[in-house]
Ligand binder design. Structure first.
Ligand code: AMP
Length: 466
């Protein structure tokens, strides 16, 4: 179906055609008509599915039919978790609105406040903001909410993970009651549904989970001892002739160290984290997008908002926590139908977290062994039917038990991946159901994650039978 059949007018259709969009992605095909009808929407759509155009295009259509805003007023408010995502969404909105007399503005911390205030004076049609900066501006009376017609919560699960719930509630309380509400989230977890109850009443619910727009990503992991990770990364870059890689790890310090280690092995890389200025981060992204920079080592802050077409590869140098972060990170590749590869370096301490991620995915991730980097301590195979206690108690009446005592699922319950051998040309490839399997998975301590609260795996229950 062409864009013109979705109820969008010519200026909008021309703008997306110029960008090379030929047909709407499935989320766009489903969401655009719903939004144009003025309905509230709750959509499960991962990054990379074209969700931004899915809400921005109909918003432009709606706003172009109405009146322009008054001073310091905003007509559509899009809340985003990070400055990178806010900047990216605003850039897309500006491109899509190029043939319309509608204005857009991104508002986030780290950007000069005076310039943002100045832009607000004339009023803005679409404001894309991070919650904290928006509340600051509201408190300073630089922006008023009384003309907001549409609210979008973009990557809502991420906003909750980042602790923005109070800010979001404060903002919502101050909005006009009569407005349209749209919520986009990679997953529709219980927390998201709680938020949706107040923020998005009586929504139409959409999901792209099984649609063809799902990014085509080959995921694999390799177990490696922590002290061998940087050597393994250099080995893979060189041996497999990687053209490009976005490499994620946990800390700024770790990122700087890895860049240094890669440099010593003749692999030029740059680090991307909150300690670098906004200007430097923007330049790094430009260089990475243009291909001038091949290897970017980023902390989680960069996992959203990086929109690089044809990014072929992301590497989880450290395994992200919580599980949603894994999904968001791998969503950096395989965007808009392109093929991508997501590689995870797994070490012994990551076992519980791996269980969580694979349970969320609903399947085991293919395991490959890279010769010369076999770990001293193999990581056991995950048990997929586990859920953290706080979620399991609602759904299951079975007795609590620790993963230490729990037997792995039988082969009958495993995914196809877990049963096949899947060798690759590049390395001896092996799925989980062989050597590294242990009958009693030993549960590694999660002490290294103590800064993030206690582990959700401290008490686990099996999910009720499906
Ligand atoms: P998003 O999921 O919104 O971050 O979009 C992911 C990427 O897909 C971005 O680079 C968009 O420019 C691109 N995109 C969005 N819609 C389409 C479309 N209909 N056809 C081709 N590319 C698209």
């Amino acid at each position: 179906m062409p864009f013109s059949k979705l109820g969008l007018s010519l200026p909008i259709v021309s703008a997306v055609t110029e960008l090379g969009y030929e047909t709407p992605t499935p989320i766009q095909e489903k969401a655009i008509p719903v939004i144009l009808k003025g309905k509230n929407l709750l959509a499960a759509a991962q990054t990379g599915t074209g969700k931004t155009a899915g809400f921005v295009l109909p918003i432009l259509e709606i706003l172009s039919r109405g009146e322009t805003q008054r001073k310091k007023r905003v007509r559509a408010l899009i809340l985003a978790p990070t400055r990178e995502l806010a900047a990216q969404v605003e850039k897309n909105a500006e491109q899509y609105a190029k043939n319309l007399p509608l204005t857009t503005l991104a508002m986030y911390g780290g950007k000069e406040i005076a310039a943002q205030k100045q832009r607000l004076i004339e009023g803005v049609d679409i404001l894309v903001a991070t919650p904290g900066r928006l509340l600051d501006m509201y408190a300073q009376r630089a922006v008023h909410f009384d003309e907001i017609e549409i609210l979008v919560l973009d990557e809502a699960d991420r906003m909750l993970d980042m602790g923005f719930i109070e800010d979001i509630n404060k903002i919502i309380e101050r909005l006009p009651v009569d407005r349209q509400n749209l919520l986009f989230s990679a997953t529709l977890s219980d927390k998201i549904r709680m938020l949706a109850k107040t923020a998005v009443p009586n929504p139409v619910e959409l999901s792209t989970a099984d649609s063809q727009s799902k990014p085509e990503i080959t995921q694999w992991l390799t177990t490696v001892d922590k002290d061998k990770k940087s050597a393994l990364l250099s080995h893979l870059i060189i041996e497999q002739k990687w053209d490009q890689a976005l490499i994620f790890l946990e800390t700024k310090h770790g990122a700087a160290k890895l860049v240094e280690q890669l440099g010593k092995r003749g692999i030029p890389a740059e680090s991307f984290h909150s300690g670098r200025s906004q200007a430097v981060r923007e330049q790094l992204l430009e260089d990475f997008k243009s291909g001038a920079l091949k290897y970017l080592v980023a902390t989680g802050v960069a996992s959203r908002g990086i929109d690089i077409e044809e990014l072929t590869r992301v590497v989880n140098y450290d395994l992200p926590f919580p599980a949603d972060d894994y999904i968001h990170r791998i969503g950096r590749t395989g965007r808009a139908g392109a093929k991508g590869e997501a590689i995870t370096f797994l070490s012994k301490d990551d076992f519980k977290n791996l269980c969580m991620i694979e349970s969320r995915l609903g399947h085991l991730i293919e395991r490959r062994v890279i010769e010369g980097f076999e770990p001293r301590n193999p990581v056991p195979i995950s048990v997929l039917n586990f859920k953290p206690k706080h979620l399991a108690t609602k759904n299951s009446s079975s007795k609590s038990s620790s993963p230490k005592n729990r037997q792995p699922r039988s082969n009958a319950g495993r995914s196809e991946n877990a049963r096949s051998d899947g060798r690759s040309n590049d390395s001896r490839s092996r799925h989980g159901a062989d050597k590294s399997r242990s009958d009693k998975p030993s549960v590694a301590s999660n002490n290294d994650r103590s800064g993030r609260g206690s582990s959700p795996w401290d008490n686990v229950k099996p999910r009720s039978g499906r």
